[in-house]
Design a binder for this molecule. Sequence first.
Ligand code: NAD
Length: 489
Amino acid sequence: MADASREYWIDGQDAPGSSDARITVENPATGEPIGSVPVGAPADVDRAVDAAQRAFDQWRWTPANERADLLHEAAQRTLSTAPSLVDALIREQGKARPEQEEEVEWSATTLRYYAELARNNRGRVLPSGEPRTQLNFVLKEPYGVVGAIIPWNFPLLLLAWKLAPALAAGNTVVIKPSELTPLVTLDWIRSCFDHLPAGVVNVVTGTGPEAGEALVRHPGVRVIAMTGSVATGQRIATVAAPMMKHLHLELGGKDAFVVAPDAAVADSVEALTYAALFNAGQVCTSAERVYVPAVMHDEFVEAAAARADSVRVGDPAGDVDMGPMAAARFRDGVAAHVDEAVDRGATLVTGGRVPDGLDRGYFYAPTVLAGVDHKMTVMREETFGPVVPIMAYDTIDEAIARVNDSPMGLGATLRSSDPVLVKRFFEEVKVGTVWINDPLTDNYAGPFGGMKLTGGGRELGEEGLESFMETKHVHWDLSPDAKDYWYPY
Ligand code: NAD
């Protein structure tokens, strides 16, 4: 296979690292190296931020409709480059092909949505104290340089959710992709954004603690927009606090999936299988805890296990439903959750092992656990793998209490057609997104993000644009004359 190695993208061109140190990137389905990128040092981050600061002086004054045209062009290029981006995602990230195709398409949609939204308005006019002679208005301004720190599970889409609103609002951006997926990020930016003025978008690769933290510490970066784990978010918040940076953190989840007594087993199992196994369970909104009525439990567990067994697992270069996990350490972490649950008395109904014939790469079989409880790690901490732990409940009160019994609050799903129960559920659960019957579906006009330790940031929708605009109030008295309310009293 051709070597896909890349350098940084700084100031509109490929730029080498300041040292020879490289990160080797692997195909998670085979464990084979596919290319490498430089290990970013603080000096490299400085170069990228300098370029972004210079570009900001021009980009912030570019008319919004011109910025919109440039973002539409990026969207069009994304769609016309889709086949090669999908192949690059498959090689580097590991989701099944239909999921990669959706990622590329949705990234283009995000660019189009914010291209239009950002030219709609830039503030509001207020009634002033003296309507004839004074004008009061609120201006929405770009911050300056935005640092975008990205995870590996949706390397293009979660970047698009930051990049599109940040650019549309007039900011410039320095991207630090995940160490696991830097190649496809660089491919996308090089091929689809090189018509933007130099320095408006820059990419520096490297590790989180070094390149990532250098970006967080850099005094020239006003906003850090990051998606990742709670632990990384807490670290970033600690480092950024003394500089009062604007933080936009989209962190981990432990989403609950509740089956109501009125729900049909078969369709709920289909919905659950999709919600739990999409991207091998490596979605922040994956269904990670399942609650079913006690009377339905045995039938549901049996059907869920049969459906999990029928999921086609394999190299996403072929025709499969589910690919590998992203790295060996993530598979080990998932196995540790499953093993601990079994040690504490859970029943391993299916899975819990490497699938037959898939010893290369980082595969883990779709796994169903029954007899779990909230003392087990698999019901408390993010598992981030293809694991479906199912717990019985006796009353809806108990089910809602279980949903809220989590330090994280990203999303939750309810399967029900009972309107009284549905309303009670979406009012009482402490999460940022509630799905009724149809899990994981996003709407680009609707905000996405979480409550509690998930971080409280919102992407998509008007809220997702607002995050990249700073608010200024202007009080304008049209007359320079002295006022009778000044000294002397
Ligand atoms: P991660 O936290 O390990 O890494 C995310 C990014 O942060 C990477 O680019 C990494 O290099 C960088 N980073 C790590 N340490 C850093 C530091 N000290 N300073 C600055 N940057 C640093 O997460 P991951 O394993 O890449 O992604 C999986 C996690 O992301 C899961 O917890 C998942 O739930 C979460 N996630 C959340 C959402 C959401 O919208 N809430 C969406 C997708 C993924």
